[in-house]
Write a new protein. Structure first.
Lengths: 447, 181
């Protein structure tokens, strides 16, 4: 059931160049949009397509676009979120590296639809080699008259720039990203106002993920109805899944929404099964923030139905027995995996990445890391497990941005589904792999 | 390494600074701060000293505190000197699942340093970092702008030998990274 839309031409030699990309039909959506469609008609097609934000939130893209304020004489901006930092996620990097012009094309078509004349792609700083690739692609697009003044003779002007981040997960949150793009610390803003009303430089702004913007290209080319016909239910189209962990074939896969999780993990077409013939223990299906599920619940819902790769099916059962599609960062763990130690890497991550603005997150993430460290070091008690539960409960819902929730959910789900493992660890730590002392590494980046 | 050179960009870099500033609307030049800090770090031995940050402030006509507060927020900006080769090893979940801790330990043993330390000859700094978006090719590390993936001990040894013989500083970018507008 392989369905390649975004990655259709990924294996064509030279597809990263403008020449080959255009020979394969690239930039057709720009021609079509600028020459034959109105801005509203494009927004309408995106609405019809049912496309949902591919960065993790899954909010309908067309609806987000329709919220954009259009006051007379005020600039509007489109900002592409290429800050990909959710552990387990590397699809945007793959797309930008292999087929950069798909993103550039999507940016032009989308910017036109939104009436933006300046747009930015905010790329996480660690991806410098990607920044080089994008800068070259943009340069070539300018030379071909696809960017700049009077694009393709239509009178539409667009400047497109790449902005380099500098190492901060929080800048993937859209208002933190805008702060960072304004040359400030990446502290999320209080909403409202939403960016669609007051975003970059206090002007109306739309922030969309790389994959979302890339998907606008086939939607404009083939129509929203065509796209809506792919996938299942409200999970329309295809999704890029970043598969990692204990599998035979890690990598980025484009799937049609609705294939079974079992097929994704075990078929040769995708992950190729668990490495070294081991058994599946658990999966984090949508990036580090989403609840971890044990093997039985990721393969079948609590009702005994086969779990599908879609927003709805993965969420079936709520957090009690389900999870989320999130960013599509699919981390697979085999039977040897120590759930407590894996959770520790997540807790350390969120503590490191908390911006420090809200105390429940700033303090709570630190305590969760410390308690898990204590448990791993062999000094944990049963009360510590209860304390972890209490702390995550007090972070969730009590912060300005979703990082607090993102830090709480992995802890809550690990305890919910693997409490016995925590208890056994606490009672008999030497039975588990003893971890060495972890040094606090935050000192290098702080004064 | 403590730099002895004068804190001043050459003309080519200064032209790039002006080109970057033009990417933002009139009066919004502070947006150029992160790119400029990257350029400064690459130019001045891989870290941002107070005089370097003050120089960047002067280029953008903003207060030094506006630079300090930003430089101290982002993990890629080094506020202390680092070795000529900064080795950054990812060890978040997917990398940990595939042996990142063993890679960190191996590098530490080879270089005789602990996580966060610099070798006595100033050549290597070992730093663990959080997810670098290379989970499908784990374990991995980054040296400057280069990702090294699907690591084995042999690959790591070869890398250390390679960087042992280099004289230049590892850096994330140079003046040629950005397009001239």
């Amino acid at each position: 059931m392989s369905k390649k839309i975004l990655l259709e031409h990924i294996d064509v030699p030279g597809i990263e160049t403008l020449e080959v990309y255009r020979a394969k039909g690239g930039y057709a959506s720009v021609e079509k949009a600028l020459k034959t469609m109105t801005q509203d008609a494009i927004v309408e097609e995106v609405k019809k397509s049912g496309l949902r934000g591919r960065g993790g939130a899954g909010f309908p893209t067309g609806m987000k676009w329709s919220f954009l304020a259009k006051p007379e004489g005020v600039a509007r901006y489109l900002v592409c979120n290429a800050d990909e930092s959710e552990p387990g996620t590397f699809k945007d990097r793959y797309l930008m590296e292999k087929i950069p012009h798909l993103l550039i094309e999507g940016m032009i078509t989308s910017s036109f639809a939104l009436g933006a004349n300046t747009s930015y792609i905010y790329v996480r700083g660690e991806y410098f080699y990607i920044i080089k690739i994008l800068e070259k692609a943009i340069d070539d697009a300018y030379k071909a008259g696809l960017l700049g003044q009077n694009i393709l003779g239509t009178g539409y002007n667009l400047d497109l720039h790449v902005q380099a981040g500098a190492g901060a997960y929080i800048c993937g949150e859209e208002t933190a990203l805008l702060e960072s793009l304004e040359g400030k610390r990446g502290n999320p803003r209080i909403k409202p106002p939403f960016p669609a009303i007051a975003g970059l430089f206090a002007c109306p702004t739309i922030v969309n993920n790389v994959e979302t913007i890339a998907a606008v290209v086939p939607i404009v080319n083939n129509g929203g109805d065509w796209y809506a016909g792919i996938g299942i239910g409200k999970s329309t189209g295809t999704k890029l899944i970043s598969a990692s962990g204990h599998i035979n074939k890690p990598g980025v896969y484009e799937i049609e929404m609705g294939i079974t999780v079992e097929d994704f993990i075990y078929s040769e077409e995708y992950c190729g099964g668990i490495k070294n013939g081991k058994k599946l223990k658990a999966v984090v299906a949508g990036g580090s923030s989403v609840p971890i599920l044990p093997a039985d619940l990721i393969l079948t819902t609590a009702n005994g139905e086969k779990r599908l790769m879609s927003y709805e099916s993965l969420a079936d059962g709520g957090f009690a027995t389900g999870t989320m599609l999130g960013s599509g960062g699919f981390i697979v763990m085999d039977e040897t995996t120590n759930i407590v130690e894996n959770l520790y890497t997540f807790a350390r991550f969120y503590h490191h990445e908390s911006c420090g603005q809200c105390s429940p997150c700033r303090e709570g993430t630190g305590w969760m890391e410390k308690i898990l460290h204590k448990i791993l070091d062999g000094h944990g008690t049963l009360e510590d497990v209860d304390l972890l539960w209490e702390i995550q409960r007090k972070i969730e819902g009590n912060t300005i941005c979703p990082l607090g929730d993102a830090a709480a959910w992995p802890v809550a789900s690990a305890i919910r589904h693997f409490k016995t493992e925590f208890e056994e660890f606490v009672k008999n730590p030497s039975a588990f792999k003893k971890v060495k002392h972890y040094h606090n590494m935050h000192g290098l980046a702080t004064a | 390494m403590i730099t002895t050179k004068e804190i001043k960009f050459d003309n080519e870099t200064l032209a790039m600074v002006q080109s970057i500033i033009k990417r933002y609307p009139e009066g919004k030049h502070k947006s150029a701060l992160l790119p400029l800090l990257h350029l400064a770090q690459a130019e001045f031995d891989g870290w941002l000293s107070v005089p370097t940050m003050d120089y960047v402030a002067s280029l953008l006509n903003i207060k030094p505190i506006e630079v300090y507060e930003v430089a101290s927020f982002y993990s890629m900006f080094n506020l202390k000197p680092v070795g000529k080769c900064l080795i950054e090893v990812c060890r978040t979940s997917s990398c940990w699942l595939r042996g990142a801790n063993e890679i960190v330990e191996h590098i530490g043993n080879r270089l005789g340093i602990k996580n966060g330390e610099t070798t006595a000859d100033g050549k290597f700094t070992l730093k663990t970092v959080e997810c670098l978006g290379s989970c499908g090719t784990a374990p991995m590390l980054q040296i400057g702008e280069q990702y090294y993936e699907d690591l084995t001990f042999d690959k790591v040894d070869a890398l250390i030998n390679e960087w042992n013989n280099k004289t230049e500083h590892s850096k994330y970018l140079d003046v040629n990274t950005f397009r001239k507008n």
